[in-house]
Design a protein around this ligand. Structure first.
Ligand code: WT7
Length: 651
């Protein structure tokens, strides 16, 4: 079959699940029917069916004090035991939990029995370091099995993990350690990326030196074999401590609302928010969506999500969902193109991956390189593809289905957020007629609406703001240490409805299309960045008087960071060498926040477009950054300013 890749905005193709796929599908129409008939009863059934409770719950939801919800509150469980011990007890100890592949090509297969053992040892080590129930542990690691062991060891003893992506800078790590008052940092000497060892321990040393002093110990995994500094009495090697600890550890039961983790994400202000997730509800929705959205048959599937554990996708769909469901998962340390551009496809062939979950930005960059690379590998094991992190354009969706998926397997586009904890909108692959470019339908038990600015549901197809109208099990329980900000950010706008920050519309069939963020949050390669945070970083540089940052459309990364900077009067000489100056500012942002925040371009300008009240009109800067005719400038204090800036840009 040949596919026409058209560029029509109106996407009209539909792909019905094949009869073979539908016949073996885990999810059937009864899920949505049950949820519609009794939403809370439906979630209670899922929680009982998917998880093992040490003490059964009697209450499902308490929403008497909105926006603070509790789910399954009087129930007790141990999250790690749900991901490990119970599978071993059920005779699955020899099943591979993790097929780990290092970037240089070294690999490890870890069974459920081995993983359980290792987590028990790590739990004993953490306890011997004085880490107790409720304490915070920062995890700053490459994507090695020990990162997952560390998360599960925290969960096992009731400590709250805060995983910080290994690409973040020492400043970013320090502010996250301080905000959560972490007692322990778990890291590695280094990890592999793009064919080289990138050091992590030196960044931790720098970060800890900048903190207010909460860190008592640093536990270090040896991976990169790079030289590292050592602080006696504070630092410990994993292979000295965890490897020699006892593998006997009884998992205590914790309340369903016991905090499981904090994960920092960018908001509309400069300071990242520590999103708090708890245990029973989170694990219920993680397991439910992982099973039904990915049609998981744990006895035969090999599942691979390419996400890093530093992001929410890594938490829910690398660690907690798959392990709760006793799945076999692939975990890959490195970048997609190291040491060659077919690395991902080679891994799919090597492990016989059946379910594959990745981000549109990666798909688009593979599209650019052409189909010859993936087609030189055997990808016939694949039977389901997933997409996450940003809207997937229909062209990329169709390419993904045909070139990677062989043309007949389902592609599910999953919408969710760090805050929602688990998938909220997605097709169910055995049931839904798929529509490229649309995330389609709320999952059973999740209530979504699209409203106008005053909160009234919109009934035309023009779109509005996406809201969640009822609490859901894996919802964030708050922002660490800042209940006011939690209320303000998500609930103040519409009272009892959760404001997601995304624009969306429904089509004639009722399918949902995501239209991007409506706030000052950018989405670069599926990662969230705050315009304000990058502006603050630029302004902290000695050259800068003022800065404005916009997310400009980018063919590969979805959006790209583009900055406009006014130099201080005393620094104006630097305007003579624009290339060097903008490179210095780009590098500065990468140093301060992390390489993911490095602007694609920094323009040195004499002025910024402002309204009479002094608000920067980012819309006009976005027009420039995207190479468009500049829009309406009549509300500018000085209407000639855009010409001045434009003249500067083409110089
Ligand atoms: C934001 C959340 C969910 C894990 C990865 C990102 C955007 C996410 C989709 C999708 C359109 C999407 C939204 C959302 N987003 N998935 N399938 N279609 N947009 O998590 O860093 O918390 O970012 O990512 O704008 O608000 P995150």
């Amino acid at each position: 079959m040949t596919v026409e890749i058209d560029h029509n905005l109106e996407e009209i193709r539909r792909f019905r699940p094949s009869p073979e796929f539908a016949a073996q599908s885990i999810a059937g129409p009864e899920l949505a029917e049950a949820a519609a008939a009794d939403r809370l009863g439906f979630w209670a059934d899922q929680a009982r069916e998917l998880l093992t409770w040490s003490k059964p719950f009697t209450k499902t939801l308490d929403w008497s004090n909105p926006p603070f919800a509790t789910w399954f509150e009087d129930g007790e469980l141990n999250v790690a035991a749900n991901c490990l011990d119970r599978h071993v007890e059920n005779g699955l100890g020899d099943r591979v939990a993790i097929h780990w592949e290092g970037e240089p090509g070294d690999s490890r297969a870890i069974t459920y029995a081995q993983l359980t053992d290792e987590v028990k040892r790590a739990a004993n080590t953490l306890e011997s370091l004085g880490v107790a129930d409720g304490d915070r542990v920062a995890i700053y690691m490459p994507l090695v099995p020990e990162a997952i062991v560390a998360m599960l060891a925290c969960a096992r003893i009731g400590a709250i993990h805060s995983v910080v992506f290994g690409g973040f800078s020492s400043d970013s790590l320090a502010s996250r350690i301080d905000d959560a008052q972490a007692k322990l940092v778990i890291t590695a000497d280094g990890g592999y990326r793009k064919g080289k060892v990138f050091p992590l321990k030196p960044t931790v040393d720098e970060a800890v030196a900048k903190t207010a002093g909460s860190v008592e110990h640093v536990l270090v995994v040896r991976r990169g074999e790079n030289e590292v500094g050592w602080v006696a009495d504070r630092d410990l090697w994993w292979h000295d401590s965890v490897a020699t600890a006892s593998n006997e550890h009884v998992a205590p039961a914790f309340g369903a609302e016991h905090p499981l983790f904090i994960l920092y994400t960018s908001g509309t202000t400069g300071k990242p928010k520590g999103i708090l997730h708890t245990s029973g509800g989170y694990l219920t929705q993680a397991a439910f969506t992982h099973k039904n959205v990915f049609d998981l048959h744990p006895e035969r599937d090999v599942y691979w999500s390419t996400a890093d554990v530093g992001w929410i996708t890594g938490h829910t769909y690398v660690v907690y969902g798959p392990l709760a469901n006793a799945a076999t998962t692939v975990v890959y340390e490195g970048t997609p193109d190291s040491p060659h551009p077919g690395r991902w496809w080679e891994i799919i062939e090597k492990y016989g991956v059946t379910i594959f979950y990745a981000a549109p930005t990666a798909i688009r960059s593979f599209m650019k390189q052409g189909r010859a690379i993936p087609q030189s590998f055997n990808l016939r094991s694949l039977r389901l593809l997933g997409s996450v992190g940003e809207p997937i354009n229909p062209e990329a969706w169709v390419w993904y289905r045909h070139v990677i998926g062989g043309g007949s397997i389902p592609v599910v586009d999953t919408w969710w957020q760090t805050e929602t904890g688990a998938i909220m909108i997605s097709a169910l692959p055995g049931i839904t007629d798929l529509k490229p470019g649309s995330a389609q339908t709320p999952i059973p038990g999740v209530s979504i609406d699209i409203v106008d600015d005053s909160g009234t549901p919109v009934d035309d197809t023009n779109g509005g703001l996406l809201v969640v109208t009822e609490p859901w099990p894996s919802m964030l329980r708050g922002i660490w240490g800042d209940p006011e900000r939690f209320k303000e950010t998500y609930w103040e706008k519409f009272g009892d409805k959760y404001f997601a920050g995304d624009g969306a519309r429904r089509d004639e069939d009722g399918d949902i299309w995501l239209l991007g963020r409506v706030d000052d949050v950018m989405n670069v390669s599926g990662h969230r960045l705050s315009t304000t945070e990058i502006e603050s970083s630029l302004v902290a540089h000695p050259y800068t008087a003022e800065a404005a940052v916009v997310g400009a459309a980018d063919e590969t990364t979805g959006q790209a960071v583009v900055a406009f900077v006014i130099l201080k009067e005393s620094q104006k000489a630097h305007a003579a060498d624009v290339a060097a100056t903008s490179e210095e500012l780009r590098a500065h942002v990468a140093r301060q926040i992390g390489a993911i925040a490095r602007p694609r371009q920094v323009f040195i300008v004499p002025e910024l477009p402002k309204t009479r009240s002094g608000k920067i009109m980012r819309r006009l800067l976005r027009d420039l950054a995207e190479g468009r005719q500049v829009g309406d400038t009549t509300t500018l204090a000085d209407t000639s300013i855009m010409e001045v800036i434009e003249a500067q840009l083409v110089k």
